[in-house]
Design a protein around this ligand. Structure first.
Ligand SMILES: C[S@@+](CC[C@H](N)C(=O)[O-])C[C@H]1O[C@@H](n2cnc3c(N)ncnc32)[C@H](O)[C@@H]1O
Length: 288
């Protein structure tokens, strides 16, 4: 469906459809009604799977991608079962669901997002079975997913005490945020991490070779937004790639030391890659 829209509809219509997806959740539920009903009939007692109408992360394999990232949390960031974990932009639990099989009763997971129905689903379906998994809705503005959000991403403060978490992660979230907003999020992440705590974030990172490959591929990342490249000129938060040097600078300013190498993804046609997006792991400086 997405591919069909990209091929046959002008950019302006695509932009409108993107906004409408979040603006009219009822339409989305109607559209996916048959699929959701079939899933409900098929569902066996044990599995936790959200309805298709609440999945806003595309048509990729929801469970497989969650499992892939659980591997990265363990292997790249050294996540331990008894640690305290914060997920920013948790959506409908793609990462939280596999984490329920890994974190122990001593461990804790907190996830927040700015889209209320997704958080409600997680609160209703995950927390009762895993009481150490908590989900919060926070009313932060994002032009695509929460355009009426009252707090600004560039100045908000996360509702968590300093040094509360061992590990913070964001998957496919900085890819929907403007650079100045990412700067504030990194400062907040550093504040809520314990000294020496780790974080993992996925991004779309630009450097001259990546820009060159994007041009050759005739990529959708072609709309200039400051030093960044967006797929939608009217809605940069739809998907946005930032200069790697600028992102590195923001990490440094926040007291977060990037643990090189960055694991680059294949989103810009790179031949050697780990995943689809670029993956950054960082450690909070002990002195911060
Ligand atoms: C592509 S989805 C990814 C969801 C989830 N991280 C995953 O990998 O399944 C992007 C998510 O980021 C959330 N988001 C966007 N801007 C945000 C912000 N400023 N703060 C927190 N979450 C945000 C959206 O609401 C959405 O749930």
């Amino acid at each position: 469906m997405k591919r069909f829209v990209r091929k046959h509809f002008p950019v302006g219509v695509q932009s409108w459809l993107r906004r409408a997806y979040y603006r009219y959740p009822l339409l989305r539920r109607l559209y996916y009604l048959p699929q959701d009903a079939a899933q409900r009939l098929r569902r066996r007692g044990g599995s936790i799977t959200p309805p298709r109408s609440l999945i806003s992360v595309g048509d990729g394999d929801f469970a497989a991608i969650g499992g892939e990232f659980l591997g990265y949390f363990k292997d790249l960031a050294g996540l331990q079962p008894d640690e305290k974990v914060l997920e920013i932009g948790c959506g409908v639990g793609r990462m939280a669901i596999p984490l329920t099989t890994y974190l122990s009763d001593q461990g804790e997971y907190v996830g927040f997002d700015i889209v209320r129905p997704e958080i409600r689903w997680c609160q209703k379906r995950i927390t009762p079975r895993f009481p150490n998994f908590h989900f919060h809705y926070i009313d932060i503005h994002n032009e695509q997913t929460n355009r009426r959000g009252r707090q600004q991403a560039g100045s908000c403060r996360f509702p968590f005490t300093d040094g509360r978490f061992d590990f913070v992660f964001l998957t496919s979230v900085f890819t929907h945020m403007l650079l100045e907003d990412i700067g504030n999020y990194l400062l907040e992440i550093s504040r809520v991490l314990k000294p020496n705590g780790r974080m993992l974030a996925t991004c779309f990172l630009l450097d001259p070779p990546a820009r060159e490959r994007l041009k050759k591929m005739n990529s959708r990342f072609r709309h200039v937004h400051g030093d960044s490249l967006a797929i939608d000129p009217r809605l940069p938060e739809a998907s946005i790639a930032h200069e790697e040097a600028a992102i590195r600078n923001l990490f440094k300013k926040s007291g977060l030391a990037i643990q090189d190498p960055v694991r680059y993804g294949n989103w810009n046609g790179r031949e050697n890659f780990l995943s689809s997006q670029d993956i950054i792991v960082a450690r909070k400086n002990e002195s911060e």
